[in-house]
Design a protein. Structure first.
Length: 558
């Protein structure tokens, strides 16, 4: 028996009349003797999509907010989910069968109207919520949207639901919901900001969050500025006392230092007069005369609120890492970050984040590729022809300040070193991992035995930051000395926040001011959004480069 010949229990099959169009009245729908049934595959697919939803936070939200966020994330099965919901709560509706196979605007509005009627007739308010979800899914951008009763209805439902969100909702999720609801309400007033989106058939909900983000940025910035101002005000009270500690390190150092007023300095290398007169040693020390027995400045901590704001602009998905690292600097007069390991999947921008952190803190960055480094990182004895100090000390020499930052890139790939003749060393001997232990321990870093100078040097003000794709296999003694923070990959909802920073970075690579590279227009943004569904920032950057090359080619051709 075919599906059209089946009938519901208690509703025997009778000769059917001609099926009316979706624009016919509700009374015409009720005149159908043998309404078509919804394909069970669509119902099963929709129910399965709902059950398989990975985000538990969405499952606790009102239905219309779940639909709004799914639209914003570009989910392709929302239509099937709504069909399954309707068929579960009110089976057998003719508009549902039509909507299941044809989800154009007229069909969607006909189903929403029928659900409203059933909600009143059967006293089922939840059907009205589903009706509003159907409207939200299909209402297009149009000139008379402000006067559209369906649009007003959805706007009221969204704003009422927004006002009833619990106070303990996840802040990021709550911000996304607020951005969508406010953006939806502002579409009629701000549609001029989306000139390319006014083509027929473009769904309004796809661009609600874009407008919402435009209307809330100053409020968010003001709140962040207020919080960080309070933090810095408290930290300033501790600065004077802490600064004395850095300027006056030891009595021996005081005799060597003549710092400018208020300028923290530190003597890193001390050699006796007799050692300085040694002919062989004097020849080797020529490149390092500027740091021997000489007070070297310490970079003062810049305004943390400005550093945080700049980092969040480029890495909006990395707030946990940024706030964790910057918390070390609260109340400190000079820059010093405790040893930190940032790990996560490739493409998250771990190395770039460390590089930008060093730039914004105004300290020099010394990058070491851990996969190519070994025991030479700790320095080479001055008896060898390849003699050199440990690399943190070389970083100080190059930086001309005593608190540079060391980046240990891909730390998990560091293994055994090689001997002078190129022979691999035994496991556990000459590894970069082993060299770092004394440098990262606060007790030993102040008196680190450098093999080149054959004296203890002061590396206590050097900041160490490492990146890794995984912490598996790293030695426990090393992990015990480091703070471990995971950097998650960005999701599609971070796209609008990432694009300005990516464009600015590409402009810098071209030697241009960021203002010369205009923002993506509607079609360009849509192309990026369809190709990048979250994940690697490198891949996003390549996509934007393709768009800019295409833009340049078009400009030349025209």
């Amino acid at each position: 028996m075919s599906k059209t010949a089946k009938s519901k229990v208690g509703n025997p099959a009778r000769p059917s009349k001609t099926t009316p169009s979706v624009t016919d009245s509700v009374s015409d729908w009720s005149d159908i003797d043998d309404p078509p049934l919804v394909d069970q595959e669509i119902i099963v697919a929709g129910a399965a999509a709902d059950a398989a939803g990975a985000d538990e936070k969405l499952k606790g939200l009102p239905r219309i907010l779940r639909v709004a966020l799914l639209i914003n994330r570009g989910c392709r099965d929302i239509h099937q989910r709504l069909v399954a919901d309707v068929e579960t709560m009110r089976p057998g509706l003719l508009p549902t069968a039509a909507f299941a196979t044809n989800d154009d605007l007229a069909t969607a509005l006909a189903l929403a109207k029928e659900l409203d009627r059933c909600a009143v007739a059967d006293d089922e308010p939840e059907l009205r919520h589903i009706a509003d979800c159907v409207r939200l899914l299909r209402l297009p951008m149009q000139k008379d949207l402000a006067n559209c009763e369906d649009y007003k209805r959805v706007t009221q439902t969204l704003m009422n639901t927004l006002s009833r969100l619990p106070t303990d909702i996840d802040p990021q999720l709550g911000a996304g919901i607020e951005s969508f609801c406010v953006g939806w309400a502002m579409i009629p007033a701000l549609k001029s900001r989306l000139p390319r989106y006014q083509r027929p058939g473009v769904v309004a909900a796809d661009h609600a969050s874009t407008l919402g983000d435009l209307t809330a940025t100053r409020r968010v910035e003001a709140a962040e500025e207020s919080i960080w101002s309070e933090i810095e005000a408290r930290a300033a009270k501790q600065t004077a006392k802490a600064q004395e500690t850095y300027v006056h390190v030891t009595p021996a150092a005081q005799s060597l230092q003549s710092p400018a007023p208020g300028q923290p300095q530190r003597v890193v290398v001390r050699l006796s007069e007799q050692e300085m007169k040694n002919a062989r040693l004097k020849e080797l020390l020529t490149p390092f005369e500027g740091v021997i027995n000489t007070p070297i400045p310490l970079v003062v901590t810049p305004p943390l609120a400005e550093v945080r704001k700049a980092l969040l602009f480029e890495f909006p998905y990395a707030q946990n890492v940024i706030d964790t690292v910057l918390s070390d600097l609260i109340g400190r007069p000079t820059v010093l970050v405790r040893p930190t390991l940032i790990w996560g999947e490739p493409g998250a921008g771990k190395s770039l984040l460390v590089r930008r952190l060093a730039q914004l803190l105004c300290v020099s960055l010394w990058r070491t590729d851990a996969s190519r480094s070994s025991s030479v990182f700790s320095g080479t004895d001055r008896r060898w022809s390849s003699a050199e100090p440990c690399h943190p000390l070389l970083a100080i020499v190059r930086a001309r300040h005593s608190n540079p930052m060391i980046l240990l890139d891909e730390l998990e790939k560091a293994g055994g070193g090689v001997s002078g003749g190129g022979v691999p060393l035994e496991a556990g001997v000459g590894r970069l991992w082993d060299c770092l232990l004394g440098m990262m321990e606060s007790e030993t870093s102040t008196r680190y035995p450098d093999p080149f100078f054959q004296r203890e040097v002061d590396l206590s003000q050097v900041s160490f930051a490492a990146t890794a794709n995984s912490v598996t296999g790293l030695p426990r003694p090393l992990l015990d000395r480091m703070r471990i923070v995971k950097l998650e990959l960005p999701s599609p909802e971070h796209l609008d926040a990432l694009l300005p920073a990516v464009l600015a970075d590409l402009a810098r690579d071209r030697g241009l001011d960021a203002t010369w590279v205009g923002p993506l227009d509607g079609e360009e943004h849509a192309a990026i959004a369809s190709a990048w569904r979250g994940g690697s920032v490198r891949y996003l950057r390549r996509l934007v480069e393709v768009i800019l090359r295409d833009r340049d080619t078009t400009a030349i051709r025209n």
